[in-house]
Design a protein around this ligand. Structure first.
Ligand code: FAD
Ligand code: FES
Length: 259
């Protein structure tokens, strides 16, 4: 059950290159939150009415919720100016989260799609490998992922790891003997990366759960502001679409039309 409340920030950190971390305390929200869900963060500046959806990166314990985000516009800039002890208004947890399936998990995160995979890797309870894609060698959360399993890095400019996307890195690992037997893919990242994940799973007969990003308004399924195209007619809307905030943000890659 989503809760809207004012919470106290307990930690902030500048992770470099426009990426920031914010931890807040909310035991009730943390208790019911699942990997892959997100929270809506409200701006204090009333001119920015729409909340900003940010994935839950980690549930560090003691009722804390950790967010990791990139500053891209006015809302995230306001957030980056916050300090421990400050308050923020949040609504969450929202969305469905990742299911736990398979004998092995292959996590694929690109850019700010990396954060939600951390809590998933902590909780999933099967062997997991993380393929993390960055723009350059300015990485974040690498050491956090290394605590829980093997990590394969790629970068757009080739300055760290394999040059290319997480799919390039996965294909390289497979040709080097990385086994996909019993594997389920869990992905979050930019649209082109998710298209690549969908194509990879279709070509290899695998299942992938992908987390989609859409501009949102209500965040609770009421306004239809965040629909994505689906392959089948949706039970709620009666047409071939689904609400990313409520039916997702995580979908079986076979169910969504990313064309
Ligand atoms: C389910 C979900 C989870 C997300 N998780 C993360 C995360 O963990 N870390 C992270 O860095 N970013 C995440 N994002 C993207 C984040 O919501 C946007 O970067 C943020 O809303 C930008 O707000 P802004 O005011 O700084 O930018 P502006 O461009 O000024 O925003 C203007 C409006 O557009 C919306 N908007 C802008 N970019 C996006 C976007 N990419 N997706 C959705 N709405 C957008 C804003 O919410 C706002 O309403 C997530 C988005 C979704 C939908
Ligand atoms: S944001 Fe309103 S239905 Fe998704």
């Amino acid at each position: 059950m989503a809760l809207q409340t004012r919470v106290k920030i307990t930690k902030t950190a500048d992770l470099g290159e426009g990426i920031f971390e914010l931890v807040f305390s909310c035991p009730v929200m943390a208790e019911s939150a699942r990997p892959g869900q997100f929270v809506n963060v409200y701006c204090d500046d009333a001119s920015r009415m729409l909340p900003r959806p940010i994935s839950i990166c980690e549930l560090p314990g003691d009722g804390q919720i950790r967010l990791v985000y990139r500053v891209v516009g006015a809302g995230t800039k306001e957030l980056a100016g916050k300090h421990p002890g400050d308050g923020i208004t949040v609504l969450g947890p929202l969305g469905n989260g990742y299911p736990f399936e398979g004998k092995r998990a292959v996590l694929l995160g690109g850019g700010v799609g990396i954060p939600p995979l951390l809590e998933l890797e902590k909780q999933i309870g099967i062997p997991a490998a993380a393929f993390l894609g960055y723009r350059s060698d300015k990485t974040f959360l690498l050491d956090d992922f290394r605590k829980y399993g093997a990590v394969y890095v790629s970068s757009d400019d080739g300055s760290i790891g394999v040059k290319g996307t997480v799919i390039t890195a996965l294909e390289r690992a497979v040709s080097d003997g990385f086994s996909l037997e019993g594997a389920v893919l869990y992905a979050c990242g930019p649209g082109p990366m998710l298209k690549g994940v969908k194509a990879f799973t279709e070509n290899n007969g695998l299942t992938a759960y992908i987390s989609l990003e859409e501009r949102m308004a209500c965040g609770i399924g009421a306004c239809l502001g965040c629909v994505c195209k689906t392959m089948e007619v949706n039970g709620h809307s009666g047409v071939k679409n689904a609400r990313v905030c409520k039916d997702g943000p995580v979908f079986d890659a076979r169910e969504v039309d990313l064309s």
